[in-house]
Design a protein around this ligand. Structure first.
Ligand code: URA
Length: 242
């Protein structure tokens, strides 16, 4: 939320009062004097004070969901159920959206928030946020596969992927299992990388995203609120420049 909007909704004063407070260096974010009214801030992640008094008002929420297959990772969809449809009435907030996209048939970790700029920064290519997927494919993953992924795969249309880390769990001509870690988010990237190697993905699940891991005991379709520690972790993605 914009700093001036936060301070007006927290009852600190009118827009004009806030302008004066900013101008007179009364407003601090994590100890730094802020004079820009439109800075995006979040009291979940930052310590915000006015004349030394902490502001606790918050309207941002953060959930981690285990997306089931068949559900779309979008705000709305005309045909299919979305991850937002799985949020209960009590937990629902205006502006909720998933950070990034998983294919409809992909399962796993999705962070959902109503904090707009966070997603943008977390997904921005320059931040190179790692995402790890558990993958099952329909054929053998030979010993040369990790090197193939490490070199940076080039798709048929010339798109070049950054180096990815492949760890083979098991391999046979019927089914192989592995984890793959990528730092970008090209459309159908994981499926296309395995196709470029010559095998087809038959099951895909995101198990981690930017330091967040999906717990085994969070059933598909369920979600929970981020812990205070996890919110602190998000902070590193949130702050760009004060
Ligand atoms: N890569 C894919 O191919 N699909 C996903 O859902 C996520 C990454």
């Amino acid at each position: 939320m914009r700093l001036d909007k936060l301070l007006t909704t927290a009852g600190i004063g009118s827009r004009n009062d806030i302008k004066k407070l900013l101008k007179s260096h009364q407003v601090k974010v994590d100890g730094v004097v802020i004079t820009t009214a439109n800075l995006n801030v979040d009291t979940n992640l930052q310590n915000i004070t006015v004349s030394g008094k902490e502001i606790n008002h918050t309207s941002e929420v953060y959930y981690v969901m285990n997306k089931p297959a068949g559900v779309v990772s979008a705000r709305t969809d005309k045909e299919h159920q979305t991850v937002i449809d799985l949020i209960s009435e009590d937990d629902y907030r205006e502006g909720l959206y998933p950070l990034g996209r998983l294919d409809r048939d992909t399962e796993g970790l999705v962070i959902i928030t109503n904090n707009g700029p966070l997603g943008f920064r977390m997904l921005h290519p320059k931040h190179h946020v790692d995402k790890t997927y558990y993958v099952e494919v329909n054929d053998k993953l030979r010993a040369d596969a990790p090197v193939f992924f490490e070199k940076g795969i080039v798709f048929l249309d010339g798109t070049t992927c950054k180096p990815a880390r492949l760890e083979i769990i098991s391999s046979s001509s019927e089914k192989s299992c592995a984890t793959v870690t990528i730092s970008e988010g090209k459309f159908h990237q994981v499926k296309k990388m395995f196709l470029a190697y010559g095998v087809k993905v038959i099951y895909l699940k995101r198990i981690s995203f930017g330091g967040f891991r999906l717990e085994e005991d969070l059933p598909a379709g369920s979600y929970r609120t981020l812990t205070p520690k996890e919110k602190q972790l998000l902070k590193s993605y949130f702050i760009e420049k004060l």
